[in-house]
Design a binder for this molecule. Structure first.
Ligand SMILES: [Zn+2]
Length: 1009
């Protein structure tokens, strides 16, 4: 799955600005500090499947259940002999297995025959399921999952010639564990197969889980559809099943519904649409699936239109959506890239796509951005439909990456499924990493994996993972609440960052070979992290000589366990010639657990990592090739060649490692001088990395506050997008800390000074809208830099930027023609709303009503949060929860974005507390949404008073909200602490002013704060 938010920091709503004159406060686009969680999606596919039963199917099911003894195998099949004593008395060992949170493993499913009748007129469904189960260990109980289902009959028969019915003594629901329990009259016998038949019915709910309904408008009519969302634990809401990922089985589904609808599932329909019967209904049977986990099963009943294409290998790809969206061609882009991606992944993984078809279904409402059901992946419309005329490059990039993510899951997820939820990062980390690799395949000039990955994944997750409320990426999962919790940014982004680090240490060739071995060994089955490490170690062993010569003979499992089982990450401190007691070519390297809010150290001192530190030495105009040093101890000494007093050291070359690097102050000074004199000597990735490391080291108290400010003063020399992007992320965070302080102008003046030269040089984009695919062809890096500079300039109060934005809005209103370039519409709308009068707010509100393009609708809504009029902001907050116009998933963004506006912060914070019961009821079950909301509303609180209010709120009502509340508390405490300890030094440095920006002579850099 892909979690919804994954928003780029530049989106309109992140910033608001309302500066009329220099004393006003701006609200800027804010980067996600430590915020959103995302979920991913899964897909499944299979070609012919047969009955491959992976040997390891049940390996790793941790909580082995003792069910029934071996001592007594019961009577001959079909007889009904009670197994022990009278009635239900059972041995202590097999007593009440349904009280455990995991299913017993005495019985496992092999195949499901599932028939579902869908009543769209009254939103109910009824069904019967026949499950072939194998008994692994004699038992009198069959325990499976069922939730919210009305079960009307159950039956068990032995599956062998002459095998008859087995009397069911009783059956009952055990709601605490969402289980359905059958108590049999006699034991099932090991190594035999049985058939379990259950009939049931339920409602098609108006909530985004299980089998749910939604609707859309067309030609003044409301039309309905019903689709599934089973991940992670909601298949049990649609049919009784063994709803744990390791219980893979095959599925034969048939759907019955009125003939005015069509239906879809993972596999193709076996026959052309059957003619409607006299009652107007029709039945569709779908081909048998390969072995797969229950949460990847999917179906849909709708009246959508479609477009289709096919790959050279004969896989049919269809995109299905509202008829008007299909007619306008809004689905064509996703269809086109999906076709290319299937061949890319087949080539990369050397494993064929496993199913005969892949459907992409665009639905109006969905709890996640998308879900990778095998052969029937489901996307929320905003993440798959593209109107090239009005969409910005960033919208297109986001959409592209969601598609790339889901298609990757067809292998990492559907074909090879994590054994249990504790290793969900095994699929989500890969899918997130491949968003960048796969997008590079589609658009090589975007350079995503080498550049954008850093700001959007690495820098983002290190914010979150630097908190003491973080957790290891592999975390114990016991019950259903834990399962929802694992879908967070740590699983997605840290997973991706660790995979990227491993790929770089191993080298691409060996890494790909390892992936190929892993997929082939576990296809149609499950795997745990150790299975991956084993395959990676094996390919390295095969190449051990070559690897050793490169210092890369590593035990992958031993190295990676440190990174996956410990939370957080290290800060590696590199010092030249420590204390002057060694010759100049010696360096000392130490590692410690990095933590915010600890003021320079004192993380968990027992944590230690095996760190692949790459180091290079530079001097004025050149830099050496990199050296790989493995750091195993807390402190080590190493020898570097080519070092003298004038050379600087640079660690973590191209930021491939998941850690921060700190230096002695003299080395920082040399690096800063280098950036001012000739930034090109240091790679783009490392320039961005230096900015992010310096800013966060200072924020956490490891460095004086002046170091990042002095470093960022080189920005007028910076011509590349990525370092600017890293800098603006850092600046927006500072902005949110400072935007209500008396000396704020010192800070905004500093930012405007850095931005001015490059902003005027780049100018504004031409107002021609993009032609077909125009965004694709564009010089992405240039456009993104231009956009970043405009956003910074307008946000921090550049007058010329304001005039330009106001002129665009005025032209739109007077001509009723929107000539604003799509790429900067969010910036212009927000600036206009914040600077202009109430009529503009009403104008944007009206456009929001009337717009049909999903991307446009979203930025119009977010622009409304930029007003500095408290009345309008309150009106918007109330509308967000009551108006049919605001989709449920968008209401959260409205509240968060009002909170990012300094004028709205108190309003959003109060609204959030007042409406907590409503919000918690609405989003509580989708934990990541709740978490996004909590973090978004609280992360910029920074006064003692606000901290007290948060404490009070948590005490009175917020304790059930999962890990988001403790994290919010830690972040706000950190904000308050920063103000207490560092704000004065920060402003002192700004008052003194940065050293000259242009090519300052050596020695001119003052770092002390
Ligand atoms: Zn995913």
């Amino acid at each position: 799955m892909r979690l919804v938010p994954a928003r780029r920091h530049l989106s309109a709503s992140r910033w608001q600005q309302q500066q009329q004159h220099s004393s006003a406060r701006r609200s800027l686009p804010v980067h996600l500090a430590c915020t959103t969680e995302s979920a991913g999606q899964v897909d499944t596919n299979m070609a012919d499947l047969g009955t491959t039963e992976p040997e390891h199917l049940l390996r790793g099911l941790r909580h082995l259940q003792e069910c029934g003894g071996d001592e007594e195998a019961g009577g001959p099949p079909g007889t009904d002999r009670p197994s022990g004593g009278r009635g239900e008395r059972v041995s202590a060992a097999e007593e009440e297995p349904w009280r455990r949170s995991r299913l017993p493993e005495a019985v496992r499913p092999r195949h499901y025959d599932l028939n579902v009748a869908v009543h769209m007129d009254n939103f109910t469904f009824s069904g019967d399921v026949g499950i072939d189960v194998e008994c692994l260990k004699a038992t009198r109980f069959i325990v499976l999952h069922a939730d919210r289902l009305e079960v009307s009959s159950v039956a068990v028969t032995a599956k062998r010639p002459g095998g008859g019915a087995i009397r069911v003594q009783r059956h009952f629901a055990f709601p605490a564990n969402q289980m359905l329990v059958l108590v049999l009259h006699r034991e099932l016998r090991a190594s035999r197969t049985y058939r379990l038949d259950v009939t049931f019915e339920a409602a098609i709910e108006d909530e985004l889980l299980g089998f749910f309904r939604s609707s859309y408008g067309l030609g003044g009519q409301r039309r309905y559809l019903a689709v599934t969302q089973f991940s992670p634990t909601h298949a049990r809401k649609a049919f009784p099943c063994f709803d744990e990922p390791a219980f893979k089985a095959t599925f034969s589904l048939s759907l019955r519904h009125h003939a005015r609808y069509t239906s879809l599932s993972n596999m193709p329909a076996l026959d052309a649409a059957a003619a409607a019967g006299e009652d107007g209904w029709t039945t569709r049977r779908f081909a048998r699936t390969p072995p797969m986990s229950t949460y990847y099963l999917a179906w849909a009943v709708c009246d959508f239109a479609s477009r289709e294409t096919s790959t050279e290998g004969g896989v049919t790809i269809r995109l299905l959506a509202r008829p008007d969206a299909i007619a306008s061609g809004a689905g064509d882009y996703a269809l086109h890239i999906t076709k290319r991606l299937l061949s890319f992944y087949q080539d990369f993984f050397k494993v064929a796509y496993a199913l005969p078809k892949l459907d992409l279904l665009a639905v109006p409402k969905h709890p996640y951005a998308a879900m990778e059901n095998w052969g029937l992946s489901i996307f929320v419309e905003q993440k798959i439909l593209l109107d090239a005329q009005v969409s910005s490059a960033s919208y297109q990039m986001e959409l592209t990456m969601v598609v790339v993510h889901e298609i990757c899951h067809q292998w990492f997820g559907d074909l090879v499924t994590p054994l249990w939820w504790e290793d969900v990062w095994l699929k989500e980390g890969f899918a997130h990493y491949f968003e960048y690799v796969g997008t590079d395949f589609l658009f090589p000039k975007w350079n995503m994996e080498k550049q954008r990955f850093l700001t959007d994944v690495l820098h983002e997750v290190m914010l979150l993972d630097g908190l003491s409320s973080s957790h290891p990426i592999s975390q114990e999962v016991r019950d259903a609440a834990d399962i929802d919790r694992v879908f967070d940014w740590i699983a997605y982004k840290k997973g991706a960052a660790l995979i990227r680090m491993l790929a770089n240490v191993m080298g691409q060739r060996l890494f790909r070979k390892g992936l190929n071995d892993y997929l082939l060994s576990h296809m149609y089955g499950n795997a745990a992290r150790d299975d991956l490490w084993k395959k990676m170690s094996e390919v390295i062993l095969c190449r051990v000589q070559a690897m050793r010569s490169e210092g890369r003979d590593i035990d992958v499992g031993a190295v990676m366990d440190r990174w996956t089982l410990q939370m957080g990450y290290p800060v590696v401190t590199v010092s030249k010639n420590p204390a002057g007691q060694l010759a100049t070519r010696y360096i000392s390297v130490s590692q410690e657990h990095f933590l915010y809010g600890q003021d320079g150290g004192r993380g968990n001192s027992s944590f230690q990592w095996q760190v692949p530190l790459t180091v290079a030495v530079g001097n004025g105009s050149r830099v050496s090739s990199e050296t790989l040093i493995w750091i195993h101890n807390k402190t080590e000494t190493h020898v570097m060649s080519e070092m003298d007093d004038k050379t600087w050291l640079l660690g973590n070359i191209n930021q491939t490692g998941y850690f921060r690097v700190n230096y002695d102050l003299q080395n920082w000074k040399l690096l800063i001088e280098q950036l001012h004199a000739d930034p090109q000597v240091i790679s783009v990735a490392n320039r961005a990395g230096l900015i992010d490391d310096a800013f966060n080291l200072a924020r956490a108290g490891y460095l004086p506050q002046g170091v990042p400010l002095q470093l960022m003063a080189y920005l007028p020399e910076e011509a590349s997008f990525l370092p600017w992007h890293a800098a603006s992320r850092a600046l927006y965070q500072l902005d949110k800390l400072l935007d209500r302080t008396d000396d704020y102008n010192l800070f905004s003046d500093y930012v405007l000074k850095q931005v001015a030269t490059r902003y005027h040089q780049m100018g504004w984009p031409s107002n021609a809208v993009n032609g077909e695919g125009g965004v694709l062809q564009a010089a992405y890096q240039t456009e993104e830099l231009q956009r970043e500079l405009i956003m910074l300039a307008c946000s921090f109060g550049n007058k010329q930027c304001h005039r330009q934005a106001v002129a665009y809005i005025s032209d739109w209103i007077s001509s009723n023609k929107n000539r604003i370039p799509p790429n900067i519409r969010d910036v212009v709308y927000c600036t206009g709303v914040s600077l202009m009068d109430e009529d503009v707010w009403e104008f944007i509100w009206m456009k929001f009503h009337s717009s049909n393009a999903v991307s446009e609708k979203k930025i119009l809504l977010e622009a409304l949060t930029c007003s500095d009029n408290a009345f309008l902001l309150n009106r918007l907050l109330n509308l967000s929860l009551t108006s049919e116009l605001v989709a449920e998933q968008d209401a959260i963004d409205v509240i968060i974005h009002v909170g990012r506006n300094p004028r709205g912060r108190n309003l959003a914070w109060r609204f959030f507390r007042d409406k907590w019961d409503v919000l918690d009821a609405r989003y509580g079950e989708a934990l990541f949404m709740n978490s996004k909301l909590i973090t978004g509303v609280t992360e910029f609180l920074n006064t003692e008073k606000e901290l007290d209010e948060l404490n009070e709120f948590i005490r009175s009502s917020g304790e059930g909200a999962g890990p988001a509340m403790p994290r919010a508390l830690e972040i706000v405490k950190g904000n308050v602490r920063w103000h207490r300890l560092h704000r004065r030094h920060f402003y002192q440095w700004l008052r003194k002013g940065p050293a000259p920006v242009r090519r300052s002579p050596p020695g001119d850099v003052s770092l002390a704060a």
